[in-house]
Ligand binder design. Structure first.
Ligand code: ATP
Ligand code: MG
Length: 172
């Protein structure tokens, strides 16, 4: 499957913006890539991953902002969701992806949820042959990221098909 991850991120932000605004938070999108970024991935499941990551960013941030962004490197794009929230203690960093694991039981109870969000994120990202990475500092914030392979845009695919046809007709 082939889709523009920038459009997907925009949809996720539109869906969650109200929730963020209620907490006085803004969600920004990294605009250094104004062009579409076509990726080879499962659109619905990657949408779900972004919803889970941005929802967490909103839930575990009291002030500041949330940033969704992209870094294109050769034929890969690194997608990241960064927040200025409570952060995760180093000793819990590899446990947060376990089912039902929550850093602070009492605090998490107030904010609701089951502790499944990141287990799903990890499962989906790994099904795409990628790793989910997290860098976090307590009281400063967290940055979750993963990489996806970039595909061609529809225009590029059409152009390539046209060239191929021309070459085939020359062969004859
Ligand atoms: P659910 O997603 O099922 O509603 P949840 O958000 O508690 O519940 P996960 O998304 O799996 O569960 O996250 C697991 C735990 O990791 C959270 O309870 C929280 O303690 C911690 N965590 C996740 N994302 C962040 C974040 N952006 N900042 C700080 N802590 C986080
Ligand atoms: Mg969650």
């Amino acid at each position: 499957e082939h889709f523009d991850i920038v459009v997907t991120a925009r949809e996720v932000i539109d869906q969650l913006e109200n929730k963020a605004e209620k907490k006085g938070l803004t969600i920004r999108m990294d605009t250094s890539y104004p062009d579409p970024i076509f990726v080879h991935a499962d659109a619905i499941r990657i949408y779900r991953v972004l919803v889970n990551l941005v929802s967490n960013a909103i839930k575990y941030t009291d002030k500041g902002s949330i940033q969704v962004g992209f870094e294109v490197e050769d034929d890969m794009v690194q997608v990241f969701v960064r927040d200025t929230g409570v952060g995760i203690p180093p000793e819990d960093l590899d446990r947060i992806f376990e089912r039902f694991f929550r850093v602070d039981k009492s605090r998490s109870k107030e904010s609701g949820g089951t502790g499944l969000g990141l287990a799903i994120v990890k499962h989906v990202v790994e099904a795409h042959n990628a790793n989910i990475n997290v860098v976090s500092t307590v009281n400063e914030g967290s940055n979750f990221s993963f990489k996806l392979p970039i595909g061609q845009s529809t225009a590029e695919m059409e152009e390539e098909a046209k060239l191929e046809l021309e070459m085939m007709s020359q062969d004859r």
